[in-house]
Design a protein around this ligand. Structure first.
Ligand code: GLU
Length: 490
C-alpha cells in the first residue's frame, strides 16, 4: 500500500473556522496515525475571495494547534509548489485541461456574459444554479482555433454526457450515484487563465499523491464531477471523507453571529488551545470507549477515521467550557499562574498575594475570564443583604451571626498571626468553647469578609489574603450592618 498522504487545502479567505480546523485536524490525525505525511496547500486561485493576511492566520492557527505539516509552502517535500497560484505558473492546469479537451472530456467555451445570463437558471438549495447548454460543444475544430487565434476570451468546461449515471464512494456516505443530466458542465479553466478550485483540487491531489481527502460535506454535491475527472484521466481517486455540518445549539449552521465560529474567536474568549483541539476532535468522531480528554499524541494513537459519524455535530459551548475547566485543573500551577495573572491584575488593583488567589480559583473556574466573578470581593465587599447570614444548614440567622462576630472581634484584634492555619485554629478553639458547629461560626465570618454566598476559599483563607487590617475593617463593618438592621427591625 502506498504511503498515507493527506492535505489541508485552505483558501485564504479570512479567519479559520471551527469546521476548517476540524478538517485540518482529521487530515493531520489520519496521516500521523498511519505514519504518513500531512501537507499544507494554499488554494488561492479565486483571486476575488483572497483576503490579505489570511495565509498568516492559517500558519499561526496550525502551529498553535500543534498540527505541524510535513510539507507546505515553507517546507519543500518534492511536490511543490504548494501554493496554487505558483503551481499555475508552470502551466500544469492548462496542460491537464488540454489533455481532457483532446479526449473529448472537456471543451472550449467562448460564450459571453450576455449569453450566459440569458440561459435558464434553476434554484437548487436556495442558490441560483445555471446549467450550461453545451452550446460551444458543437463548434468545429476550425472555429475553435480561429477564435483562439483571434484572442477571443474563453473558458474550458468539463464535458458531462446527458445520459447515464456517475457513482463515487465516500467513506461515510457510502456509494452515491447521480444522474449525469443533473451535472453541470463546470468551468475548469477560467477566462483569467486560473483554474477553478474544482479542477485544481483534482489535479493537485493526484499529482501530489494524496491518498485521503477530508472536507466539509458542502463539497459532496461536486464530488461526482471530480470523480468524472479522475476517471477521464484514468487516475485512482483518493479516499473521500465528507464531514457532516457543525451546527450551533439551535441546530443552525455555526455562523459568525454565534461568536465562537472561528478558532481565533475562541482563543480570544479565553479558551485554551489544547482544550479547543480536543473538543473539535470530538465533533463528529468518538473513540470506542466514552473517553473525552485526549492530548494530541493520544488522539494520533486513537484516531480511526472509520469511527467518524455522519450525523451533524453540535457545537456545545457549555461542553467546551467544562472541558476547558478540566484542562485548567490538570494544568501545572506555574503555567496556570502565568496565564491567570493578567486576568487577576485586571480585577485586583490592591497589593494582594496573587499566587494564593490563583491557587484558590484554579479548580473553580472553567475559563480564565471567569476569574473576575470569583475574585471581585477581594477588591471591595459588594452590596449584600443581611439575609445572607441566614443559613438553614449552618443554623445561622442575622442575630446569631451578630453575636458570633461581636464575640470574635476582640479575639481577632488580639491575634497577630493571620496565616490560614493560625486563624483556623483560633476559630476552632472558639467553636469548641461555644460548643457549636463549625459552620455556625465560619458562615458569618466568611459572609462578613466577602459579602458573597460563594467564594473560592474558606473564611480563613480569605482572611489570610486580606491581611489583619482589612479583615478587621470588614468584620467591624459587618457588625455595624447587622446592628443597623436589628435597629431598623425594632
Ligand atoms: N479550498 C477549499 C476550502 O477551503 C478546500 C476544500 C477541500 O479540502 O478540497 O474549502
Amino acid at each position: 500500500m502506498s504511503k498515507v498522504r493527506t492535505r489541508y487545502a485552505p483558501s485564504p479567505t479570512g479567519k479559520m473556522h471551527v469546521g476548517n480546523l476540524r478538517s485540518a485536524l482529521y487530515e493531520f490525525l489520519i496521516a500521523k496515525h498511519a505514519g504518513g505525511d500531512f501537507m499544507l496547500r494554499i488554494e488561492d486561485t479565486d483571486q476575488e475571495r483572497f483576503v490579505e493576511g489570511a495565509t498568516d492566520i492559517i500558519y499561526r492557527t496550525l502551529e498553535s494547534a500543534g498540527l505541524k505539516h510535513d510539507e507546505g509552502p515553507d517546507k519543500d517535500g518534492g511536490f511543490g509548489p504548494y501554493i496554487q497560484s505558483e503551481r499555475m505558473k508552470s502551466g500544469i492546469y492548462m496542460e491537464y485541461a488540454k489533455k481532457l479537451v483532446e479526449r473529448g472530456e472537456a471543451y472550449y467555451c467562448f460564450c459571453d456574459k450576455e449569453r450566459l445570463d440569458s440561459l435558464k437558471t434553476e434554484i437548487v438549495e436556495g442558490k441560483e444554479i445555471m446549467m450550461y447548454d453545451k452550446h460551444c460543444l458543437s463548434l468545429s475544430k476550425e472555429e475553435v482555433e480561429a477564435n483562439l487565434a483571434s484572442g477571443k476570451p474563453f473558458v474550458i468546461r468539463q464535458n458531462i454526457p446527458n445520459e447515464g449515471t456517475t457513482t463515487f464512494h465516500d467513506e461515510l456516505y457510502g456509494d452515491i450515484s447521480v444522474e449525469n443530466a443533473e451535472l453541470d458542465d463546470m468551468v475548469l479553466i477560467k477566462s483569467d487563465g486560473y483554474p477553478t478550485y474544482n479542477f485544481a483540487n483534482v489535479v493537485d491531489d493526484h499529482t501530489m499523491n494524496i491518498t485521503h481527502v477530508v472536507r466539509g460535506n458542502e463539497y459532496l454535491s461536486s464530488a461526482p464531477k471530480y470523480q468524472r475527472l479522475y476517471d477521464a484521466f484514468g487516475w485512482e481517486s483518493p479516499v473521500y471523507i465528507h464531514l457532516p455540518l457543525i451546527t450551533d445549539e439551535n441546530h443552525k449552521k455555526l455562523s459568525k453571529r454565534s461568536g465562537h465560529a472561528s478558532f481565533e474567536d475562541l482563543i480570544a474568549q479565553g479558551f485554551l488551545t489544547d482544550a479547543v483541539v480536543n473538543y473539535i476532535a470530538l465533533l463528529g468522531w468518538s473513540p470506542e470507549d466514552n473517553r473525552e480528554i485526549f492530548t494530541l499524541d493520544e488522539l494520533i494513537e486513537e484516531f480511526d477515521y472509520h469511527r467518524i459519524s455522519k450525523s451533524p455535530a453540535v457545537f456545545d459551548i457549555v461542553k467546551l467550557k467544562w472541558m476547558n475547566g478540566e484542562y485548567l485543573k490538570a494544568m501545572d500551577f506555574d503555567r496556570f499562574y502565568e496565564m491567570a495573572e493578567p486576568y487577576l491584575r485586571e480585577s485586583l488593583t490592591k497589593d494582594f498575594d496573587l499566587k494564593k488567589i490563583a491557587a484558590m480559583v484554579k479548580t473553580r473556574i472553567e475559563i480564565f475570564p471567569d476569574i473576575a466573578d470569583h475574585v471581585d470581593f477581594f477588591e471591595a465587599v459588594p452590596e449584600y443583604d443581611v439575609s445572607m447570614y441566614a443559613h438553614k444548614k449552618m443554623k445561622t440567622t442575622p442575630e446569631t451571626s451578630l453575636e458570633v462576630l461581636r464575640e470574635l472581634l476582640p479575639i481577632l484584634e488580639a491575634q497577630e498571626d493571620y496565616s490560614n492555619d493560625a486563624l483556623y485554629e483560633t476559630l476552632c478553639r472558639y467553636v469548641a468553647d461555644k460548643g457549636c458547629k463549625n459552620g455556625y461560626v465560619m458562615w458569618p465570618i466568611r459572609t462578613a469578609v466577602s459579602g458573597k454566598q460563594m467564594t473560592p476559599g474558606g473564611a480563613t483563607e480569605i482572611m489570610e489574603v486580606l491581611g489583619k487590617e482589612e479583615s478587621l475593617i470588614r468584620i467591624r463593618a459587618a457588625v455595624a450592618k447587622l446592628e443597623a438592621d436589628k435597629g431598623s427591625a425594632l
